[in-house]
Design a protein around this ligand. Structure first.
Ligand code: DGJ
Length: 734
């Protein structure tokens, strides 16, 4: 090959660079600092070529000092020498919980992983991916660890790729996404549990030696019992503004497992990934497997900062159209349940316009003919309009919506089927169920086998048909109510692949939907928050937090979700749940994406007037709520009220939401609430928003306050039994 003379110096230089780089990599005992703006994971390649975590947390100014961290600890001997492995293999010298466990092609169950090389690929000024290649010295099995770094947001997405280069199939018994190693005096875990209408109930406890497991084996809406989100505080439970804290979550819409192991040396090992339960996965020769991302952020300034970092990341990089806008809506679920027809819906379309929201959302019950969907016992799977209820089809309603100057949206639950349906009669083989066992239903339904490509086509077809026939259809509510019982697929080669291939099948469908319909607004619903995670939110703009819309309950639910998911993704509807007046219900729903699920025509004139005005008020503040920074000011679990505020990027506008949550005599905001996130040097005026018709604000009208005053002394929103919810707008006084 001829080299042009002008290229010669470049070639020589790059040759020298490569020599230098490989010399560096052949070196032992060197550190790979994986850094974001404030944090670092310092990995070290030891004399034995093993990759270990030597430091995790706040960055040091001098990178060379990471090597000196561990010498300050005198916590005893690590007999195996790999307690701090960056990705712990099973079956050789490791004696603790592994991140990866395999059975090699020859049946051997040992694994060792040694460092081979690493590289960094920069996507842009903010995003880069560090990849580290590890290989078993005895077997042709490779693992690449990936760390996607979002520098400014201080968020890391970590995953692994496992490659089988052996001559024959390898079975992965466990295949985690990430294996972190944290060092502190003690560790506090905040976990969440749930049930229908009881989502995101927090529990905080100190981790003791041994393993605490957070997991799900439900298959679909995993965190009906437990979501894949958690918080770990170091040394003491973090507060909103103080303490070292990690927020973590797995981006996977199926079974997950998070092991939190306090090891014999009092370090915390966190291993997060797909749940290996009933999921041994075979890799044929030359096949590789990419695990889902484990997403985390660390803050040494408390949970508030950690949440804001996660929110910024989610809006900038993960949630579908995270920086965009959302449509307000009127949903008919609680207004009609299954009991509607064309004239009723036509009237509701008029009500949508009257209310002033953007879209009417037709819920469950519009389909099924042989088995009409008149209750939740039949029809699911038969996605043809019910001719009795909708003789002129969806198209007519979409047009009717246009005539009323609103948009039209529709509910689907495409992954599931009622046994009483034509789909089930025609394709029993598409349903997940054991061939020799009695069916066990959840909400009268079973789950379709999305590991089967034919089922994937069918599910994609449901959405595709709706959009093809009705190009102006503007909104989809994608529900998912059933869990997987009797896990068995009649089409899959290996049953232990089902849980994983189900989720992969779901993502394939959603990839196709998004490739063809990239901008349609889609709400992820699962009888509540039973499913939200950052794997699914790549495809969905928003999620339904809970069927529990009692505003008092909702404050608690929204508060806990706010640790992990930004307000732009929270769908909150004003309904008839709860005993609070319409103002309270609406004020609570405004702290996210506002919707209504009430009978507009039955509203008292003043309530209607209030709602109409509230929609307009919401329009004026929604951008701050959706795109601003969240500051939690008062936790309803520690106070008689909740206070939260959102501040825009320019710090010249903010909205503060305050709600009475304990209604005993004399309760409320007895002292000022300290505001946060403002500019201390700016002057602000404060105005009460969303007043009920005929009432006046008790705010001192004309005063202005410095940001310094508001953040040091605070401001009393005057919450009490007579003013149970108060929304304040804080705007720079110019
Ligand atoms: C559960 C959802 O959470 C509700 O909002 C509603 O869509 C029903 N499913 C419909 O069956």
């Amino acid at each position: 090959m001829k080299i042009s003379p002008c290229l010669l110096p470049i070639k020589i230089l790059s040759f020298i660079f490569l020599l230098f780089a490989s010399a560096l990599q052949a070196q032992k005992n060197f550190v790979i600092p994986i850094e974001t703006a404030h944090n670092v994971i310092a990995l070290q390649v030891g004399n034995d070529q093993r990759l270990a975590t030597i430091y995790f947390g706040t960055k040091l100014k001098d990178t060379s000092e990471y090597k000196l961290v561990r010498r300050m600890y005198r916590r005893g001997d690590d007999y195996s020498g790999i307690l701090n492995s960056a990705y712990t293999p099973a079956g050789s010298r490791n004696l603790v919980e592994p991140a990866i466990e395999v059975t090699h092609a020859n049946g051997n169950t040992s694994l060792d992983l040694q460092y081979v090389s690493h590289s960094t690929e920069k996507t842009d000024d903010n995003v880069s991916v560090v990849s580290i290649l590890l290989r078993d010295p005895a077997y042709a099995l490779e693992v690449s660890l990936f760390y996607k770094l979002y520098y400014k947001e201080d968020v890391v997405e970590q995953w692994s790729v496992i490659r089988n280069k052996e001559k024959g199939s390898v079975t992965m018994e466990k295949y985690a996404s990430a294996n972190l190693y944290l060092t502190a005096e003690n560790y506090w875990l905040k976990q969440f549990h749930g049930d229908w209408a009881k989502e995101m109930r927090p529990e905080e406890s100190q981790l003791t030696h041994g393993i605490k497991v957070l997991d799900s084996k439900l298959g679909t809406r995993s965190h009906l019992y437990q979501p894949p989100t958690f918080q770990v505080s170091l040394d003491r439970p973090a507060t909103e503004d103080e303490g070292k804290v990690l927020l973590g979550t797995l981006a996977w819409s199926g079974n997950f497992k998070i092991d939190l192991e306090v090891d014999p040396l009092n370090n915390l090992r966190i291993i997060s990934g797909i749940n290996p339960f009933a999921s041994a996965y075979t890799l044929k020769q030359n096949q590789e497997f990419e695990t889902p991302g484990f997403i985390y952020t660390f803050s040494d300034k408390g949970t508030g900062e950690a949440s804001r970092r996660l929110h910024r990341w989610a809006r900038n990089y993960r949630i579908a159209d995270g920086k965009g806008s959302r449509m307000t809506l009127l949903n008919n679920w609680e207004a009609t349940y299954f009991d509607f027809n064309e004239p009723i819906l036509s009237a509701l379309l008029k009500d949508t316009k009257k209310l002033g929201v953007d879209v009417f959302l037709l819920d469950d019950g519009w389909f099924g003919n042989k088995y009409p969907r008149n209750n939740d016992r039949a029809g699911l799977g038969d996605w043809q309009e019910n001719v009795q209820k909708l003789p002129h089809g969806i198209g007519y309603l979409v047009k009717e919506a246009q005539n009323n100057n609103v948009k039209f949206g529709i509910w689907v639950e495409p992954e599931m089927v009622n046994p009483k349906s034509e789909l089930y009669e025609k394709h029993p083989e598409w349903v997940i169920k054991q061939p020799n066992r009695e069916e066990h239903l959840y909400r009268n339904q079973l789950v379709l086998d999305l590991s089967n490509p034919k089922v994937q086509d069918f599910v994609f077809g449901i959405l595709d048909n709706l959009f093809t026939k009705n190009p102006d259809l503007a909104f989809i509510k994608w529900d998912c109510n059933a869990v997987i019982y009797n896990a068995y697929s009649s089409s899959i080669e290996k049953q232990s692949h089902l849980y994983v291939d189900y989720v992969r099948g779901l993502y394939k469908v959603l990839d196709r939907v998004r490739a063809k319909y990239p901008t349609k607004e889609m709400m992820l619903c699962s009888g509540g928050g039973g499913r939200v995670d950052y794997g699914a939110l790549k495809y969905f703009q928003e999620f339904w937090l809970s069927d529990n819309t009692d505003p008092l309950e909702r404050i608690f639910i929204q508060y806990e979700y706010s640790y992990f998911y930004p307000a732009i993704s929270h769908c909150n509807h004003v309904t008839d749940w709860g005993k609070q007046p319409i103002k309270y219900r609406t004020d609570v729903a405004m702290m996210g994406k506002l919707g209504f699920d009430i009978v507009v025509s039955k509203l008292e004139p003043k309530d209607l007037q209030f709602c109409q005005q509230a929609v307009k008020t919401y329009d004026s503040i929604k951008n701050i709520v959706w795109h601003g920074d969240l500051f939690r000011l008062a936790d309803p679990r520690q106070n008689e009220f909740a206070s939260l505020m959102y501040v825009n990027e320019g710090q010249d506008r903010a909205v503060m939401f305050n709600y009475l949550t304990e209604n005993r005599y004399g309760n409320g905001t007895l002292s000022p609430v300290k505001l946060k996130g403002l500019n201390g040097g700016k002057k602000y005026s404060i105005r009460e928003l969303n007043l009920y018709p005929g009432t006046t604000s008790r705010m001192p009208g004309s005063s202005t306050y410095s940001g310094d005053y508001l953040m040091t002394v605070g401001f009393n929103p005057g919450v009490n039994a007579a003013r149970a919810s108060v929304i304040l707008e804080i705007a720079e006084a110019k």
